[in-house]
Design a protein around this ligand. Structure first.
Ligand SMILES: C[S@@+](CC[C@H](N)C(=O)[O-])C[C@H]1O[C@@H](n2cnc3c(N)ncnc32)[C@H](O)[C@@H]1O
Length: 369
């Protein structure tokens, strides 16, 4: 490892709270990254934990997630090579907004759902001030830290349930997690330094995208390594239901309906990877699009659809595949990570080219079907 790369590891990735985040598996994943990588893509980046590892390794890092709140983390911590939020910026964010009247979505929809009125109003006011920050990296940091503050404040770190306020008045729960009753402003001020110090320059032009990967991949080239960590289909990994509030806050939707007890936005974005009826066709498309990328690492789980065996069969049409496994000993929430289930990494290399015979014209073949 070069000295510079070593120093990039002084920057700690702030602990995420995101279903399926790989921050606890990074040392294991790193073992399967070949030596000669210059450019890598984290195609389904979520909390950006793997993209952050790529950046630390000195790679030109391309990162992508189809949800905007995750893309904001990508802008703040991956694409951004040096801009931080200052005391002046914090004052700007916390000041009473002059355009308050245009910003009351959170108060209107989520008061007494996830927050009391005063906290919902705080969020609207903060959101109204974000565009006052002088550039998109500062704005991305503001979204990243306030969104993370919201996951801290609600029970279980997601918005797929309506127990937040009930738990916030349960002394036993509060004893275990004081964030339930801490003001969002305080949580934000506590978290911000951790994010500011995670901003660093790896001397590459890193990029964060907010696209469906099947639209993005055909527009990119010269990538040496692709990391694919799609939703674990059929294992309740419903990102848009769990984190709808963060997407709504970031987008500040004016044209959606807010449905069910949790007030999730509708219609949702189309993933292609989260429903049984779409997932096989989406993988087929993805693997054809990724043909030119020499190495693919694919995270998977033994409780997903299709099964590990069927997925290996599918992959083997395109690649030489090796399966690496790591067993969970502690469940961390979500069916995808219960104790005893396995984290799986498909390590995929190009099929070996071979000579058929010296006197046949089509000497060099590629075994791909
Ligand atoms: C298993 S999570 C990734 C977790 C991530 N590796 C981490 O460490 O946090 C899958 C992610 O894929 C995203 N996603 C789902 N469908 C997508 C699509 N078609 N294109 C891009 N991203 C997608 C979801 O928003 C979710 O964040």
């Amino acid at each position: 490892m070069l000295f510079e790369e070593y120093t990039y590891f002084n920057h700690k990735f702030p602990d995420p709270q995101y279903l399926g985040a790989k921050h606890t598996h990074l040392a294991w994943i790193k073992k399967f990254i070949p030596d000669n990588v210059k450019t890598a893509i984290d195609a389904f980046a979520g909390s950006q934990s793997v993209a952050f590892l790529f950046k630390q390794l000195g790679f030109k890092t391309i990162t992508n997630d189809f949800l905007n709140f995750n893309h904001q983390i990508g802008l703040a911590l991956i694409e951004n090579n040096g801009i931080k939020l200052t005391e002046h910026d914090i004052k700007l964010l916390l000041q009473p907004s002059k355009c308050k009247n245009d910003f009351h979505l959170i108060e209107k929809i989520y008061t007494n759902v996830f927050f009391e009125k005063s906290e919902a109003e705080f969020l609207d006011n903060f959101r109204a001030n974000i565009p006052l920050l002088s550039n998109s990296y500062k704005q991305a940091l503001a979204y990243t830290v306030i969104n993370r503050s919201m996951t801290r404040k609600v029970t279980m770190g997601h918005f797929g349930h309506t127990q937040a306020l009930r738990y916030a008045s349960d002394p036993e729960r509060i004893r275990r997690n004081r964030s339930l009753v801490r003001p969002l402003k305080e949580i934000f001020e506590d978290l911000l330094p951790k994010y500011n110090t995670a901003v660093f320059d790896n001397r590459q032009e890193n990029r964060s995208y907010n696209k469906n990967i099947l639209e993005l991949l055909p527009t990119l080239d010269n990538i040496d390594l692709a990391y694919f960590d799609p939703p674990y289909c059929d294992s309740h990994a419903d990102y848009q239901s769990f984190y709808h509030l963060l997407e709504t806050y970031t987008e500040y939707w004016q044209d959606k309906q807010f449905i069910n007890g949790i007030k999730r936005y509708e219609p949702q974005r189309f993933s292609g990877f989260d429903k049984k009826r779409d997932v096989i066709a989406s993988f087929e498309k993805l693997f054809v699009q990724a043909e030119e990328i020499p190495v693919w690492l694919i995270s998977y789980n033994n409780r997903s659809y299709p099964s590990v065996e069927d997925f290996e069969k599918l992959l083997s049409k395109y690649r030489q595949v090796k399966i690496e496994t790591k067993t969970y000993h502690n469940g961390r929430g979500g069916k995808g990570s219960v104790a005893g289930s396995q984290e799986i990494l498909f390590v995929c290399n190009p099929k070996k080219k071979h000579f058929i015979s010296a006197n046949q014209p089509e000497q060099l073949t590629n075994e791909r079907i």
